[in-house]
Design a protein around this ligand. Sequence first.
Ligand SMILES: NC(=O)c1ccc[n+]([C@@H]2O[C@H](COP(=O)([O-])OP(=O)(O)OC[C@H]3O[C@@H](n4cnc5c(N)ncnc54)[C@H](OP(=O)(O)O)[C@@H]3O)[C@@H](O)[C@H]2O)c1
Length: 241
Amino acid sequence: MLLPGKVALITGAGRGIGRGIALAFAREGCDIAALARTSTEIEETADAVRALGRRAVTLVCDVADESAVRDAVQTVERDLGPIDILVNNAGYACFKPFTQTDAGMWRRTLDVNLTGPFLCIQAVLPSMMARKSGRIINVSSVAGLKPIADQSAYCASKYGLNGLTKVLALELRPHGIGVHAICPGGVDTQLARENMPDRDKSNWLQPEDIAHAALFLATQSPRAATDEIVVRRFDSTPIGG
Ligand SMILES: NC(=O)c1ccc[n+]([C@@H]2O[C@H](COP(=O)([O-])OP(=O)(O)OC[C@H]3O[C@@H](n4cnc5c(N)ncnc54)[C@H](OP(=O)(O)O)[C@@H]3O)[C@@H](O)[C@H]2O)c1
């Protein structure tokens, strides 16, 4: 096992990529705190984690709610112990042309995708800094690396998350805390189905493809740092210069 006795807090763990990461980590011996707003879905994730022989707690929480996030982290530390790995995966998308993007959609996207990780990181840091160890994995997107039409708010939030990731990798390095991003291309999940209902997803990524990258980041030697992993569809165009 690669993560024996570790504790991971995974936001958006009720379905899709977050659930995939929760189960991949649990299979490697990690206890899981599953956070999202829908209790039935995180309970299902927790049941699957327990079926793998690991401990699980569920946290009904909106990542954009500062006091709820603080309470959730305290609950995890009380019930499972100190958090070794934070996966900021909860995400929101509402794909529209910029002219149809109202301030409410803009704020909600930034609140969930960028302020949410900020709040979760702030809440777990005191314990990670005291122990001089920890891993923070931010689930970003290829939309944080290239412009995509009709995704202005989403791209802005993910570009912001990639920037935050790199600044924190620098600032938290002296504290022994690694900060990393995963930038997936299209993954066949509810978020993608709701926002791109007309796209054929038969060749899209599956949550386990992203979980594989998360497991690599969570288990990489402390000697090494990987800032960003791009996981794109095999038939898509490579990203970067
Ligand atoms: N699917 C893709 O093609 C794709 C590509 C690149 C990046 N991503 C990123 O991958 C991450 C996971 O997305 P997914 O595709 O797996 O979507 P998903 O299947 O819709 O799952 C999203 C998860 O996040 C939770 N969530 C949403 N808003 C939340 C909030 N305010 N507070 C707490 N939890 C919240 C959802 O549960 P509740 O609704 O119950 O809260 C759910 O558990 C997101 O950050 C997304 O931007 C996805």
